[in-house]
Design a protein around this ligand. Sequence first.
Ligand SMILES: NC(=O)c1ccc[n+]([C@@H]2O[C@H](COP(=O)([O-])OP(=O)(O)OC[C@H]3O[C@@H](n4cnc5c(N)ncnc54)[C@H](O)[C@@H]3O)[C@@H](O)[C@H]2O)c1
Length: 401
Amino acid sequence: MWINNNKENNKVKAKGKIEKNSEKREEKREGKREEGVSKGKIKIAIVGVGNCASALVQGISYYTKNKNATGLIHGEIKGWRPEHIEVVAAFDIDKRKVGKPLREAIFQKPNCTIIFDREIVNGDVEVMMGPILDGVAPHMRNYPEDRTFVPADEKPVDVARVLKETGAEILVNFLPVGSEEAARFYANACLESGVAFINCMPVFIVSDERWSERFRTAGIPAIGDDIKSQLGATILHRAVANLFRMRGVIMEKSYQLNFGGNTDFLNMLDHSRLKTKKISKTEAVTSILNYEIPPDKIHIGPSDYVQFLNDTKICYIRVEGVAFGGAKIEIDAKLKVEDSPNSAAVVMDAIRFAKVALEEGIAGPIYTVSAFTMKHPPKQMVDEQVYEEIEKFLRGEGKLW
Ligand SMILES: NC(=O)c1ccc[n+]([C@@H]2O[C@H](COP(=O)([O-])OP(=O)(O)OC[C@H]3O[C@@H](n4cnc5c(N)ncnc54)[C@H](O)[C@@H]3O)[C@@H](O)[C@H]2O)c1
């Protein structure tokens, strides 16, 4: 009765509170963004000018023009804002991208992500030819040019030399899944040129102790592996798994089926390239639990290519569990997202944390940032806990590690 009688009143109060809170949040973001001292630039290089790179480059331009931080995880990271990021080098192998200024290359086929900023500011850098190595899977040649990679017939540049000459500080790796050799080639180029490495794809480098030791010895920070999108299948599935763990419900079986129509999904039709992607996605969920789920009771991975979806990704998650007295619980969830902006939001944070690590002289894997931003970090942490660690650091109460 009390609740009913006061429902309208409560609604108004609640609305007022929500509005005030969101105003406060907005002011905080805006204020923070205006207070920030001008700090110079964060010079990055990109390898793989595909859909994720397109969303990232559009995002840098968009948030440079729009001072409101809506959609960003952090408006500012220790004074660094999106407009401080400058792309000084970009590498690809596709004949429609190589030789073009980045501002044009990101809109070339087969890229198909949404366009939210067509007029890119500061996108003059020319895309250079990188070595192809294992970047293009054989099956990719069987699809129409508009949908697949079309390798250019050009001599690759000396990547390490370009990184040094352009003054790049951080390299962001957006190579296709399964490009083991190519990913290692770019990681080595970073070691050779003293450039920090952000590995957005599932070749295990930062989470491999031998590689991370090489970065540590070289005095270079590294963040990886395999981007955990802003609000994607992984973080949603982890949140459900965490709920099961906290409430004492046993997760007995689970699947996560993903499909979409971009080149990432087309490339992943070759299952021989998927081994590390499946490990990365599965461990991201099972690492939350304090018991093992038998391999035949869990199925997580990219599932199919549906051309007309373009960069829209659909994900179905099902979790079956056992609760009090053996009672059964089932959860079915559907997620529909734009795949590439979802990853770019997180990369935007990773780049600025890498810059802070460079400023602070941190070498080797940055554990907290990798756990916050990546599916397969060197140390897995519960998302809420790592979020608190990151926020503490941003408030000046902790160290970056
Ligand atoms: N939400 C997401 O989109 C998301 C999340 C996590 C991880 N990832 C990973 O990020 C990576 C990039 O994703 P994407 O959607 O941008 O892929 P994409 O297929 O759109 O782009 C890949 C680009 O790499 C280029 N390329 C191929 N071989 C190359 C080589 N040897 N050297 C330089 N460039 C080469 C291609 O021409 C293409 O431009 C993938 O590995 C993907 O799995 C994406």
